[in-house]
Design a protein around this ligand. Structure first.
Ligand SMILES: C[S@@+](CC[C@H](N)C(=O)[O-])C[C@H]1O[C@@H](n2cnc3c(N)ncnc32)[C@H](O)[C@@H]1O
Length: 437
């Protein structure tokens, strides 16, 4: 079947239509390509296909700096030029706002601002996560493939912080060597690196049980000179694994990053924005939207280790910050203390159940991909806040939640700004400024 890729969807694949008008998601095709493709599945409303031959390559195709683009899950859009990526992200956001949020094209034109981005399209990630397979008793570590069953063995990843580019090969080599003489029972391995602080942490995720702590720490130290080596102990079956403990094997026991004016410590299981420079754009957009003043009370919901909490606390009289994940709450408290701030109430628990009350001047929410629960929107609407900043990593749930805010009528979106936090992927972060209607 010959197809012309018309646009990029919210996913790795290009989108084409058959002569009969049926939508086809084409793996291996980028916008502008003419490809021969074979069907991989055929459903009632759309089909999936795989490009077998590129007949006319798109003018927007580029040669990526990695031979694994197309198979590795790290950069599904790595063969597309940056400008086209940025445009496609804006279009995907607009499409979600129209289809799911029921905004009119005129409203979208008024609200959606040009996408914000930093110059680093590669080498921006402060974290990589290596998957682990055991094959015939040999340990195999690598990047997760687009096919989730695949582990791609790589020596370097051009998405990862370039000052630590040798770390992947060194850690992979050291752990493979160790794993061949005894079973390390590794589930995955995280590496966090900072160009700004030079911190490098290796986190080994394993189930509870015996582990050659000192030996592993020594071999990793010889291989990469990390500033921290930890073992994250997990419990429960694979689907519902929970973190039992973050065990120090060597060094500091956490990773340090400088973001904006702040230096934050992050423990291995906690969330931290993977692109520090682009996360500074998020902080800038949140602060610009909320214009926090010295008499203001701020709420920071889904606050993690404090990325927005600390800048708000510098500007406001009081911040109530809510985070449900234990390790992140501990990081938050430690970061507040290290920053010398005494005007933050760090609340551990669910953002809805532990909602800090109605008394607020400004409010930021940064929920996970699932977006906001209906009760969270009701509670936010019930506050006295004048402005809300909604930071989202999922255009679809964001559009749904903005429709709920509109139905409620208390707050109205006044600016919607996409931010390219994840170059070479289809993912898009967005900051929405909502003001009292
Ligand atoms: C996208 S992250 C944002 C973290 C932080 N704002 C930042 O930028 O670093 C979402 C955070 O929400 C937390 N979280 C998830 N569900 C939650 C809930 N129901 N209540 C409170 N926090 C929650 C997660 O643990 C995670 O730290």
């Amino acid at each position: 079947m010959r197809l012309t890729i018309e646009r990029m969807g919210y996913g790795a694949d290009g989108i084409a239509h058959t002569d009969e008008g049926k939508t086809v998601f084409v793996a291996g095709g980028v916008v502008g390509d003419v490809v021969d493709a074979e069907l991989t599945s055929d459903g009632p409303s759309f089909s999936r296909a795989r490009a077998t031959n590129i007949i006319e390559p798109s003018g927007m195709r580029v040669t990526p700096p990695c031979p694994f683009v197309g198979v590795c899950g790290g950069c599904p859009w790595g063969a597309l030029d940056r400008e086209t990526q940025l445009h496609a992200k804006e279009e995907n956001l607009r499409s979600a706002l129209q289809r799911i949020g029921h905004f009119t094209p005129e409203e979208i034109n008024d609200l959606v601002q040009p996408i914000r981005y930093t110059k680093d399209a590669w080498g921006y990630r402060n974290k990589v996560e290596l998957g682990v397979h055991s094959e015939n008793g040999r340990l195999r570590l690598g990047m997760h493939g687009i096919d989730p069953d695949q582990i791609i063995k790589v020596d370097r990843c051009p998405l990862f912080e370039s000052t630590a580019s040798k770390a992947i090969k060194a850690v992979t080599g050291a752990l493979s060597y160790l794993g061949n003489s005894r079973d390390l029972n590794l589930e995955r391995v995280g590496i966090r690196a900072s160009r700004r602080t030079k911190a490098l942490e290796v986190a080994l995720w394993t189930p509870t049980g015996g582990f050659p702590r000192a030996h592993v720490a020594r071999v990793l130290d010889d291989a990469v000179k990390p500033t921290s080596v930890v073992r994250v102990l997990t419990k429960g079956d694979r689907a519902a694994r929970r973190v039992e403990k973050n065990e120090l094997l060597a060094g500091q026991g956490s990773w340090t990053e400088r973001i904006g004016e702040e230096t934050m410590r992050i423990s291995a299981p906690s969330f931290f924005q993977v692109n520090t420079a682009a996360a500074e754009l998020l902080i800038e957009l949140v602060v610009d939207a909320l214009k926090p003043g010295p008499d203001d009370v701020a709420l920071d919901l889904y606050c993690g280790a404090g990325t927005f909490t600390l800048p708000l606390a510098r500007r406001c009289s009081w911040v109530a910050a809510v985070e449900s994940y234990g390790p992140a709450v501990r990081d938050l408290r430690r970061n507040i203390e290290r920053a010398g701030l005494d005007n933050v109430d760090a609340i551990g628990g669910d953002a809805v159940r532990e909602f800090p009350g109605d008394d607020a001047d400004v409010l930021v929410v940064d929920p996970p991909r699932a977006g906001l629960a209906a009760e969270a929107i009701e509670l936010i609407a019930g506050t006295s806040a004048r402005d809300v900043a909604y930071v989202s990593c999922d255009p679809a749930t964001l559009a749904r939640d903005l429709a709920h805010f509109r139905e409620d009528g208390t707050f109205k979106a006044t600016a919607i700004t996409p931010v390219d936090l994840f170059p070479q992927t289809y993912h898009c972060e967005t900051v929405v400024h909502l003001s009292r209607a």
